[in-house]
Design a protein around this ligand. Sequence first.
Ligand SMILES: *Cc1c(COP(=O)(O)O)cnc(C)c1O
Length: 469
Amino acid sequence: MKYISTRGKVAPIGFIDMFLMGLAEDGGLIVPERIPTIGEQELRAWSGLSFQEIMMKVFSYYTNDEIPEADLRKLIEDSYAGFASSDVLPLKRINGSLSVMELFHGPTFAFKDVALQLMGNLYAYVAKKRNEVINILGATSGDTGASAISSVRGKEGIQICILHPNGKVSRVQELQMTTVQDDNVLNLSVNGNFDDCQQIIKELFADLPFKSKYHLRAINSINFARILAQSVYYFYAYTQLSEEERAGGINVSVPTGNFGNIFSGYLAKKMGVPIKQLLLATNENNILERFIREGVYKPEGFRTTHSPSMDIQIASNFERYLYYFCGEDAAEVSARMERFKAEGQLTFTAEETARIQADLSAYSVSNEECLETIRKYEAEHGYLLDPHSACGVAAYDRAGARDGGAFVSLATAHPAKFDEAIRLIGIEQKFPERISELFDKPQRQVVVDNAKEEVAARLVDFYNISDSH
Ligand SMILES: *Cc1c(COP(=O)(O)O)cnc(C)c1O
């Protein structure tokens, strides 16, 4: 398997080079040259396999034996050993048709751990194998940063710098990042919002001399390895349901921000998982809902919600979807992305919008509806949702299953992580110990202005100081 760019100007590369490149060097996103399909019979044979075993199977289609089987097995085993649930991602029945797949039992209590624990280990593996320095640089709305830091703290050959918007992440998210004392970790707290942080990162990665001098590597969902790791739980969810429940295909609801998680579902569907409805749930930042319902992709005013990890206007994975939507025509994707850059929006014809709606359906969930959903599920089912997962379930409540059948809503964070919202409806929760112990620890972070130059200067200091150790 080789990997290419959605803009068509990157020569085909192998798995490890793809993993290290992150964002394609022509400004596009990396995709596999072709998506392998897994037949019905093989998929049926995967029933009863563990999450780790299914991950082995899926990755074997993509890694070209660049990672020997025994090494890959160990990387996968190590990555999920720290999950608090023995089946890694438990599927909980809520009512007759709805199940919730809990993706949040990793070290930082959000679904990001599923992919990032593996990516952290993979970076350490590559650093050693190629004898390379790896400097991970990323922006976070809260969860990615905490998860990425947890995945590489203290690891040899790797340093990590994460930008987060000052005061705009939850208390627990902030503590998960800033209470880490390892010297290979730098937290920059930017006076701006998430989109500002992401913009600074984009500019630093676009500065190719800077990027190559300091060996910058990406951890966000522009990395295809992350998308691939996330696609595995769509297979796992399918295999966990009975033959009867999954007959005719399943429905999946996905709390969405950067379009990474749901694109993983789209990829799983292309690989062969019978998903008959992929339901995209957004909060009040509903650019993606408007794209799917009206055929207009246009960022609008930023809103603060109870689900900060979904407070995103520019969805970095949108271009991957556009690539498949345009029949894998890189010239067409480049032309449309140029138009987006020039005009600040993209519009689709009625016929095109109908095609989008065949792939995806969408609901945006208001702040009030989000809290009401948490209250209702706690009262009626004794099940406490976090505000992100509640958006997914609220979308299920409104859309329902397409032609019946099982419905799986992805739960993307543990409620303790977003206690600010849960308290608003008067629910008191007991924190897991790994969260309550954070409150007593000292914090390490540097507050910086929303300016690329200042961030770059801090980075150079960080890299030079660490070099001399
Ligand atoms: C990141 C995140 C999301 C959004 O996922 P995307 O891949 O960005 O669409 C949803 N919920 C939680 C808790 C998250 O951390």
